[in-house]
Design a protein. Sequence first.
Length: 229
Amino acid sequence: MPRPSDKLRIVPKVRRPAESPAGVHLHPLRQAEFLTTAAEWVQLPAGGAPEIAFAGRSNAGKSSAINALAQRTRLAYTSKTPGRTQHINLFRLRSGALLADLPGYGYAKVPEAMRRHWQHFIAKYLAERAPLIGVLLVMDARHPLTDLDWQMFGWFLPTGRPMHVLLTKCDKLGTEAQRHTLDSVRTALANTFGERSAQVSVQLFSATRHIGTAEAEAALASWLGPLAN
Ligand code: GDP
């Protein structure tokens, strides 16, 4: 017999970690292995495995985020050499899905011709890459929503697929500033994209302090579905 007080018990709302329906904790990027590098469309893997792309402004903290989620110190690494800024590095996840580490954008020393090449390649990649199931966009929480970040939304959201934003280096902000940044990014996206902003989720993240890891893993796992296991 349930006691009357049981009905009144308030169950605290807890944020669910990355879990499968069976309750198994998921870490979709762990055991990721480097697969290949693509500088041109034809070099992208042809197998049709689902692909998740990580994008972000150069120095935003993308490599650190990948390494933190993969629990590796140097799986992804930043190369500030302009010649490497055109490459997409691909990693194979344990599930067989692929992680595409897109070249960081906005690096000041990249020559104009290379910048244009990158823009065409990435715009085409985001709009037309059939196996791409979602894009994780890394932004420095102190400088979110740069012009190029807006372009990424503009290129990818028309596909109808989801984007997840990591506002990283949040350890560099106080609690109040973190909350304000999170709110203002969500509001700006809602004001700009209206209903389409429902495709975008946003969270705080810190690679160095391991803040937001489970939330990011849950977003990636939800895209991969049963594959994440
Ligand atoms: P990428 O160019 O986007 O791949 O950026 P990196 O991952 O190489 O990071 C750029 C710089 O920011 C490096 O000096 C990192 O150590 C630093 N960084 C990255 N993530 C964090 C973070 O979460 N917190 C702090 N405090 N620093 C970070």
